[in-house]
Design a protein around this ligand. Structure first.
Ligand code: HEC
Length: 175
């Protein structure tokens, strides 16, 4: 380092350029231009990296965090187990998947004429084709929280399904 600083010939600092010059590959000027261009590229690269990191941070800040949901996540998870324990999926769909004897229940929680009280009563008493289920009060609350979570996180299949006389499933558009 010391002997470089003392070197009276600044060209010697660019050892490579001199050897290239001597070999006649590039003129020294061309080489310097190239070096300038390289340092510009380095700044562009630095600028793009900064932009990328900055943009990532903005996106990270802006994206919704899981605790911004409107339902009790733990309770909804227990409700999912209740849903599985009583095999509701055998007759009902969630997000369009499941059995076809009963209707899709993804959004049943937010239907104005239905909602939690209606669901509670229907599960207890059953109906024409649905058996009644005697859930404990705790299980019922968890199940309702689960149906609240499906309602918030997805939409039901817009079609309605009916079983034909031959046992086939037929889809109709809801009107
Ligand atoms: C044996 C099949 C079957 C099972 C199992 C079943 N259901 Fe049903 N469910 C039905 C049918 C069929 C209907 C439609 C009501 C009718 O026509 O009698 C229905 C209707 C409903 C409705 C009312 C939907 C609406 O839009 O009016 C809710 C809520 C419901 N079921 C919840 C449940 C839950 C929760 C479970 C599990 C604990 C469950 N069901 C298990 C067959 C079933």
């Amino acid at each position: 380092m010391l002997h470089l600083r003392q070197n009276p010939n600044p060209e010697k600092l660019l050892g490579v350029s001199i050897s290239l010059k001597e070999r006649g590959f590039w003129s020294y000027n061309k080489y310097l231009k190239r070096m300038k261009f390289n340092s510009m590229i380095r700044w562009v690269y630095f600028f793009l990296c900064t932009l990328f990191i900055g943009y990532s941070l903005v996106l990270y800040q802006a994206s919704g965090t899981p605790d911004s949901v409107d339902y009790d996540v733990k309770k909804a998870a227990s409700g999912h187990l209740v849903w599985q324990k009583y095999n509701c999926q055998a007759c009902h769909q969630l997000y369009g998947l499941g059995g076809y004897l009963g209707p899709d229940l993804t959004n049943v929680y937010s239907v104005k004429t239905k909602g939690p009280d209606y669901i509670r009563a229907l599960i207890r008493s059953g109906s024409k084709q649905m058996p009644g289920f005697q859930l404990t009060e705790g299980e019922m609350n968890e199940l309702l929280e689960f149906l609240k979570s499906t309602d918030e996180s997805g939409v039901a299949d817009p079609r309605e399904f009916k079983t034909t006389a031959s046992g086939m499933i037929q889809a109709n558009e809801k009107h």
